[in-house]
Ligand binder design. Structure first.
Ligand SMILES: Nc1ncnc2c1ncn2[C@@H]1O[C@H](COP(=O)(O)OP(=O)(O)OP(=O)(O)O)[C@@H](O)[C@H]1O
Ligand SMILES: [Mg+2]
Length: 328
């Protein structure tokens, strides 16, 4: 028997694998998501996020392994799963010529929501998505952020217990992204399980656990704090106008584990910041490179992911970090 405090897994995968010809889009995925959890999936382009979500939402069968959602098998019980999950695809198609209200009505029809129930749910969703005053506006004439909220509202029309959201806020301005996440928090409070892929680290930080996919594999799956703790050593942030030269100068120094450029900063990971700092300063002075500031900094999720992927690539030997993570 399960202990009382142990949360029930609503999603479980066992060696879940999907191949498209010679490409293995998802490889040997083992994952367990608790009921009511907010789970974030991140990873570079083509790493298998969409494929994972489509497998879990019972849109397509795996090549090997299996997955269950609320105890239903995604292959043999796909119908049951579709009734209890909501899936917002990466490119959700609203009907541009239809109004907000008409789009919601259309999805209500698709899911067989009728009569009074339908009116009530639509009104509630309009309110929930803060779209009530725009209900007569054509979807094509909504802002990007409003379109995403409408897509979410359409996804919620049949009151799903589990929501799969594939990059639901990509390309949307930061204020709309925040508002979208406020809506997701409301769903979380209602007990809905949220499985969200995102390229945005601030959104990943809002998840209870985050999985990093890379080339079809789940490289790490932990709470954001635990992932940040995986970064090797300590971080010194250097501000200098000559990033490339500074990088070349400090990389070979003893105790320097890794160097990442981050905007106009150089992030230098060292085994011990207190002892290595002066050697770094001395080396920069010797090379005639100006130091605007050199400070201890706390690694964030992004540095942790880059570091994990870099270590994986170094194990492979041949490849570099070029273009691994999308800019956020
Ligand atoms: N239907 C398909 N047929 C063939 N290959 C596919 C198909 N769907 C995905 N792939 C391939 O599988 C891999 C994973 O793709 P997937 O779309 O799952 O990645 P992703 O992480 O969602 O990427 P993005 O961040 O660009 O959305 C890629 O190499 C992709 O080209
Ligand atoms: Mg995708």
């Amino acid at each position: 028997m399960l202990a009382m405090h142990e949360p029930e897994a609503i999603i479980r995968t066992d060696n879940l694998t999907k191949r498209f010809g010679s490409v293995t889009a998802v490889e040997g995925l083992n994952l367990s998501i608790a009921r009511g959890e907010i789970f974030g999936l991140i990873g570079p382009d083509g790493s298998g996020k969409t494929t994972t979500i489509r497998l879990l939402a019972a849109i397509m069968p795996p090549s090997a392994g299996r997955a269950t959602v609320a105890g239903f098998d995604t292959v043999t019980q796909a119908e049951q799963i579709r009734r209890l999950v909501g899936y917002m695809p990466q490119r959700f198609s609203l009907y541009g010529d239809l109004s907000v209200l008409e789009n919601l009505s259309f999805f209500a029809d698709v899911f067989g929501v009728r009569g009074r129930e339908r009116r009530e749910r639509i009104n509630r969703l309009l309110h929930f998505a803060r779209l009530t005053e725009f209900r007569q506006r054509r979807a094509a004439h909504l802002s990007g952020g409003m379109q995403k909220k409408l897509a979410l509202a359409c996804t919620l029309i049949h009151r799903p217990q589990v929501l799969f959201l594939d990059e639901p806020t990509t390309g949307v301005d930061p204020i709309s992204r925040r508002e979208f996440w406020d809506i997701l928090s409301g769903l979380h409070l209602e007990g809905v399980t949220l499985f969200v892929s995102t390229p945005y680290m601030d959104e990943a930080e809002r998840c209870a656990r985050v999985g990093l996919m890379y080339e079809g594999r789940l490289m790490v799956c932990e709470r954001p704090e635990q992932i940040k703790a995986l970064v090797p050593g300590q971080l010194l942030a250097l501000r200098t106008p000559q990033l490339a030269q500074a990088r070349a100068a400090v990389t070979p120094l003893p105790g320097v584990l890794e160097v990442q450029t981050y905007g106009d900063l150089l992030h230098i990971f060292v085994d011990d910041a207190a002892t290595r700092r002066s050697a770094i300063e001395a080396r920069l002075a010797e090379a005639g490179l100006p130091v605007i500031s050199l400070q201890r900094a706390r690694p964030r999720l992004e540095e942790a992911f880059i570091s994990l992927i870099r270590r994986r690539l170094e194990e492979d030997g041949t490849r570099t970090m070029q273009g691994v993570m999308r800019d956020t």
